[in-house]
Design a binder for this molecule. Structure first.
Ligand code: FAD
Ligand code: SF4
Length: 517
């Protein structure tokens, strides 16, 4: 054998660069299902099932296209004693003795190091290949970042729009005369509710996916989450159909209510395309082109289209660039010195905070929550309650079907928890229950009152918010972006601050992960 091409579970691209150069007669493809990847964080059953089902469909498609595929199944008896991907790779290198191992850039720093170490130990030369499923390479991002005093997504996004000629007019100016329609994209739902939202694409599991679901239920019975609602795209054809459904029926409503939340409305107008993008079943270029074409053909408003494109061309690429720039330090970052453990109810949804319960329950049902739920409900709790960033990050990595470390970690540590000290956000995303009240209907049915800062009926978010300001007063007062928040705190009497602190303490996790309340 000449080359062994290792395809990782999030690299299921039909146009994988190694395959474009390979020869089916002398090269072989390797896919490894490793139980260790499902247990190194306590993964949601739907996340495990999605990766396995997509890998098995991909292996089938590769074989049909004439490739020799060496696919190590999860319960392969010859690998029973090696749960890790590295262990299974090492054993395979020893058996197959390829002249070379070829791998596309991995999505996790840890995995890349493991693969390098394994190839070295086994004496097989390793070639890393550039991942063409991103529109900004790691090297180009590093060059862009080196020219900047501060890393700000908005400047990166404008640069990417120009570089890739996205939503520009004939003279190279942004369509609609502005780069960013964020102001138009922050409306809550109307008081009477979101109304009828066209449903996202849902794919009934075929026989192969049903087998995977049964395997996951049997093999990982105690893992969190449900498989009852599993309908994620697991092939490229399904991913293309999911993209088409979104563009035809949901893009038009995406922008305006992008930040809105409503009880029992898990998906809103969101695209649900992150998992298909992260598994490389879709290329970001085709997603962006489809959205832009919809606007040019008059099928979607500019504000919605720009809002959506900003997420994919801006945030997604930016986050990936930051991850590779800042690893491995990012994984250890803890700027605010938060030391609490994750409350146990994050794994069960068993809390009487209505907003958090709704976000947790849909997460357990679907392995999905939209951005504002992740940032301003789930992440916000971690920030305000002082939960250790690594504990929050492990939970996010485990619980979402789209979780791969390159995208999960910067969002959690950098955006939600301010653990990297504002490397790419100008201030912590700290807010009280008033924000959640404005953007959702959750507070109407909640036993707490978002306006109360202390006492038995005080909203935990509100109490924790004011206590957070007090705990970090010196740092927040020194920044012009947060000084106003602190001035409001300074108007409170010492007695009120003490009462707030006592209330907040009930919601701050102990090392066991339990909150006293
Ligand atoms: P839409 O709202 O429809 O957005 C369209 C696309 O834009 C998404 O599919 C996604 O590919 C991209 N996108 C949007 N925001 C971001 C962002 N901040 N970073 C990167 N890409 C973005 N996204 C993941 O893919 N995996 C994760 O593990 C993940 N963890 C997150 C953790 C936290 C604390 C936060 C605040 C955000 C996280 N995100 C993550 C980003 C974002 O929340 C999800 O991409 C989005 O909710 C996925 O749903 P969607 O496909 O319906 O997105
Ligand atoms: Fe959430 Fe507080 Fe509103 Fe209850 S009152 S739903 S805990 S923000």
């Amino acid at each position: 054998m000449r080359d062994l091409i290792l395809i990782l579970g999030d690299q299921l691209a039909h146009d994988h660069p190694a395959l474009l150069e390979a020869d089916p007669a002398q090269d072989r493809v390797l896919l490894i299902e490793a139980p260790g990847e499902a247990t190194h964080v306590w993964s949601h059953k739907a996340r495990i099932a999605l990766f396995l089902a997509a890998m098995r469909h991909h292996a089938q498609a590769l074989r049909a296209a004439g490739w020799q595929v060496h696919h190590i199944a999860l319960d392969d008896p010859t690998h029973a004693t090696e749960p890790t991907l590295a262990g299974r790779l090492a054993a395979t290198l020893r058996t197959l003795r390829p002249a070379r191992l070829r791998v596309m850039e991995a999505g996790a720093w840890r995995l890349a190091r493991d693969i390098e170490a394994t190839a070295l130990t086994e004496g097989v030369p390793l070639t890393w290949m550039h991942d063409p499923h991103f529109l900004c390479s790691r090297a180009d991002f590093a060059k862009w970042a080196a020219r900047k005093r501060e890393l700000r997504m908005e400047w990166f996004y404008r640069w990417m729009r120009q570089r890739h000629h996205v939503l520009l007019d004939a003279s190279g100016e942004p369509e609609g005369g502005q780069w960013n329609f964020d102001e138009d994209n922050r409306a809550p739902y109307p008081k009477q509710g979101p109304g009828l939202i066209p449903p996202p694409a849902h794919f009934a599991p075929d026989a192969l996916t049903q087998d995977v679901i049964a395997l996951v239920e049997a093999r990982f019975p105690n893992h969190p989450g449900s498989l009852a609602h599993f309908g994620w795209p697991v092939t490229r054809a399904q991913a293309l159909q999911a993209l088409d459904t979104f563009i035809q029926t949901r893009l038009s409503g995406f922008g305006r209510h992008q930040d809105a939340m409503w009880e029992a409305t898990p998906f809103g107008w969101h695209s649900l395309l992150s998992a298909a993008l992260n598994l490389h079943l879709l290329h970001p270029r085709e997603v962006i082109a489809a959205a832009e074409a919809a606007w040019r053909e008059g099928r979607a408003e500019l504000a919605s289209t720009e809002g959506f494109i900003r997420q994919v061309l801006g945030w997604r690429e930016f986050i990936r660039g930051v991850y590779w720039l800042d690893m491995p330090d990012l994984a250890e970052a803890n700027h605010l010195r938060a030391e609490g453990d994750l409350p146990a109810f994050f794994w069960t949804g068993d809390t009487d905070m209505a907003c958090l319960r709704d976000a947790l329950r849909q997460t357990l049902d679907h392995g999905y929550a939209h951005h504002i739920q992740r940032l301003m409900v789930l992440g916000l709790y971690g920030l305000l309650a002082g939960v250790r960033p690594q504990a929050v990050s492990d939970w996010f990595l485990a619980i979402y079907v789209d979780a791969v470390e390159w995208v999960e970690l910067p969002n959690v540590a950098g955006m939600a928890l301010y653990a990297n000290g504002g490397r790419f956000t100008s201030k912590p995303y700290a807010a009280s229950g008033a924000y959640i009240q404005r953007m959702s209907n959750h507070c109407r049915g909640c036993r707490y009152d978002p306006k109360q800062r202390s006492g038995p009926d005080a909203c935990p978010y509100t109490a924790l918010y004011w206590d957070f300001l007090a705990r970090h007063e010196a740092e927040l007062a020194a920044s012009p972006r947060t000084a106003l928040m602190v001035r409001n705190l300074q108007r409170l009497s010492a007695d009120e601050k003490r009462a707030i602190h006592e209330t907040a303490l009930q919601w701050m996790p102990r090392p066991t992960g339990e909150t006293p309340a």
